[in-house]
Design a protein around this ligand. Sequence first.
Ligand SMILES: Nc1ccn([C@@H]2O[C@H](COP(=O)(O)OP(=O)(O)OP(=O)(O)O)[C@@H](O)[C@H]2O)c(=O)n1
Ligand SMILES: C[C@](O)(CO)[C@H](O)COP(=O)(O)O
Length: 421
Amino acid sequence: MAKTAAALVVAAGRGSRLADPRTSLPKQYRLLAGRPVLTHTLNALGNHPRISHMLTVIHPDDIGLYDDAISAANENWSNKLMRAVFGSETRQGSVREGLKALSAVPCDYVLIHDAARPFLTHDVIDGLLGELDTGAEGALAATQVVDTLKKQKAPGHPLETVDRQCLWAAQTPQAFPLSRISRAHENAAQSGHTNFTDDTSLAEWDGMTVVLSAGDPANFKITTAADLRRAAQQASLLTMPQAVSTDLPLSELTDIRTGIGYDVHAFEDGDAVILGGVAVPHTQKLKGHSDADVVLHAITDATLGAIGDGDIGQHFPPSDPMWKGASSDRFQQDAIRRLAERGGRIAHIDVTIVCEEPKIGPHRDKIRVSIAGICHLPVSRVSVKATTSERLGFTGRKEGIAALASVTVRLPFEEGEGGPL
Ligand SMILES: Nc1ccn([C@@H]2O[C@H](COP(=O)(O)OP(=O)(O)OP(=O)(O)O)[C@@H](O)[C@H]2O)c(=O)n1
Ligand SMILES: C[C@](O)(CO)[C@H](O)COP(=O)(O)O
C-alpha cells in the first residue's frame, strides 16, 4: 500500500518584504481570484490523494483570517485538516511547532510547504513522494537557475561570473520521512541553530542526504508586491472558466445588463443553514431538494436573468434525483458557463437576505468571500446585506429565509446589434 503523507503549511509570517501602505493584511491572506492565497495553497495539497492529514501553522493575530480562508475553500478535504497551531518568530521555529503537533499522526512522510506558494501542482507533489518511495532521506522541489549569475564582493568591486551549471533555486514543498525531519529539527534547536531559512538546509546540517526533484517555475513564492501582482494574473487565468478567460478586453464588453433573482426556503429540523456556500450554525436548517442555499439560488436566477436564459428550476429540475443534496455552487457555475459562452463575465453581485434568525452580521464577511470565490470575483465586487421583515409575514414568523439578488454582467454586443443602444 502507498505510504501516506502529512502536509505542514507554514503561514505564521508577517510578509515584511511585501510592504503595502493600503493594508497590513499578511500576504497569505491577500486575495487571488476572490480567495485568500492560503486557500489556494490548502486546496492544492488537500486534493492530493496521498495526503491524509494537513496542519497549518498560523500567527495568533490571524485566527479570524484563518477561519475565513478555510470557509472560502469549498473543497472536500476538510476531514484531513487538523486544528491549526501557533508559529514562532522564525520560519524554522514555526516548522518545529508544526512537527511537534504532527508527532502522533500516523503518516510516513511530511511535505513542508510555504503558505505563500499557492500554485503548487500535483506533478510536483508526485515527484517528491516518488523520491521518498525509492528511499530518499529528503527531497527538494527546485528549478534550475536559468539566468547568467554575477557576483560582486562589495559595491564598486569588479564583477565575477558564477558558473550556473550546478545551481538550483530551492522551492517548497520539501519532503522527508516524518520522524527523521522531526529529530533533525529538535537537534538543531537544542544546538542553538535557529535560523535555517529552509528545511533542507537544516536536514543537510543534521547529516541527511537530500535529492533534487522537479519544481515548477509557476510554484513561485509571493515575497514582494510585484510577486503578488504576478500571482493575481496567474490565478485569474487558472480559475476563470475557459470562455471567461477570453482575450476580449473589458472595454469591448459594453453590453451591460442586470438580472434579479428571488428565492425562499422553509426551515426544518437541523443545526445549520447554508448561505452563499457557508454553513451558518442555527437551530434549524433550510428544507430543499439540493442543499437549499437560498442565497446562491437567488444569485443563479439573477445571473440567468441577465442573459435571458431561463431560471434555475428549468435547468436543474427539483424532480431530478441527480440534484438531491447537491452543493448549490454547481448551479451558479453552470450559470457562469452560460454567460461565458456568450463572451461575458459578472461585474457585480448585490444580495439581501431576509430573516429574523440566524443573525447574518457575524457571518457576512465569510459569505462575501465565499460568493466571490464561487463567482471568480474580487470580494469588493460582492455585496451582502441583511434585514428582518419587522416580524411580519413568513420570515417575520421565523418560518424560513428569503433572499434577493441583483447580478450585473458585461457582454460583447451580439453581431448586428450595432453597438451601444
Ligand atoms: N516566523 C515565520 C516566518 C515565516 N513563516 C512562513 O514561511 C513561509 C515563507 O516565508 P517568507 O516568504 O519569508 O514569509 P514572511 O516571513 O511572511 O515574509 P518576510 O520575510 O517578507 O517577512 C511563509 O508562508 C510564511 O508565512 C512562518 O510560518 N513563520
Ligand atoms: C523555504 C523557501 O521558500 C525556499 O525557497 C525559502 O528558503 C524561504 O526563505 P526566503 O528568505 O524567503 O528565501
